[in-house]
Design a protein. Structure first.
Length: 275
């Protein structure tokens, strides 16, 4: 079974889906999928569905949702794996105090994203920027939109979605940093322009955009990016840019050789401006 949560929720095999149409059963499936092969406590599932004060009927209602999911899994097994002997209760397993969705490694796109992101980070630590770019791009390509965009989220899923979105941004930053070290500043300009507009308060992305512009022969544009960032920070938060961004602005103004690609030793961003 292939389960995808990095975008709309899907869980299917050979075109047969087990995703319910009702909101709360979708929440149950989504949380079990993100935490696949881990026991999800009943109390955590109830908190996701009803918050800190679930109704007295919550345990019974949750059991009903589990039975509905098992019926869907049973239909899938009958259509896709007849004669396998596998039963729905072997896939959606009852464990002491909770439930576990038992799936094969690589079945859940969020898990693959984590694996590829970790492998990309290891490649970065080993100094292999080419491999890092390839692995981190593969991780990015798993995304089809905001995580669980079509699922109502409670407190538990909100934490999972926030973590995934933060990790997505981290993978993006690391991949761009590796590409900049490979000298691909000009090729990154369009992507960074969009990202800078989407994340107007994100200093690391703004700094990457400034350095890419500077190394592409557009220092005046880099200064414009800094001015917009400062105006936004001051206007919305009453804060000045960080000392690191202020140093970067002064370096652009002074045409500091440390900002040049050769001055940065093979395209590496000098430590005082590193993102």
């Amino acid at each position: 079974m292939e389960i995808r949560v990095l975008g709309p929720l899907t869980a299917q095999e050979n075109g047969v889906s087990i995703v319910p149409s009702a909101g709360k059963p979708r929440q149950v499936l989504a949380l079990l999928a993100i935490r696949a092969n881990e026991v999800m406590p009943v109390l955590s599932l109830m908190e996701e569905l009803w918050g800190a004060e679930p109704p007295r009927s919550a345990p019974t209602t949750l059991q009903t949702y589990i039975l509905q999911l098992r019926r869907r899994i049973a239909d899938l097994l009958e259509k896709c794996n007849p004669g396998s002997g596998q039963q729905a209760k072997d896939v959606l397993v009852t464990r002491h105090g909770g439930y576990l969705l038992d799936v094969q490694p690589g079945s859940v796109d969020a898990h693959e994203f984590d694996r590829l992101g970790a492998a990309g980070s290891q490649a970065l630590e080993a100094g292999d920027d080419e491999a890092a770019v390839r692995l981190l791009r593969e991780a990015q390509d798993l995304w089809r939109g905001p995580a669980l965009v079509d699922v109502p989220v409670g407190s538990r899923l909100e934490l999972e979605v926030t973590r995934l979105e933060e990790d997505r941004l981290g993978v993006l930053e690391r991949r761009i940093g590796a590409e900049m070290r490979l000298g691909r500043h000009h090729e990154l300009l369009s992507e960074l322009a969009v990202l800078a507009a989407q994340h107007p308060l994100h200093e690391d992305l703004q700094a990457q955009y400034m350095i890419a512009l500077y190394r592409s022969g557009r220092p005046w544009r880099a200064l414009d990016v800094y001015t917009r960032l400062r105006d936004t920070l001051v206007g919305e938060l009453g804060l000045e840019p960080s000392p690191r961004l202020q140093r970067l602005q002064r370096a652009v103004l002074a045409c500091d050789p440390a900002l040049d690609e050769r001055g940065g030793r093979g395209g590496r961003i000098p430590e005082q401006f590193a993102v």
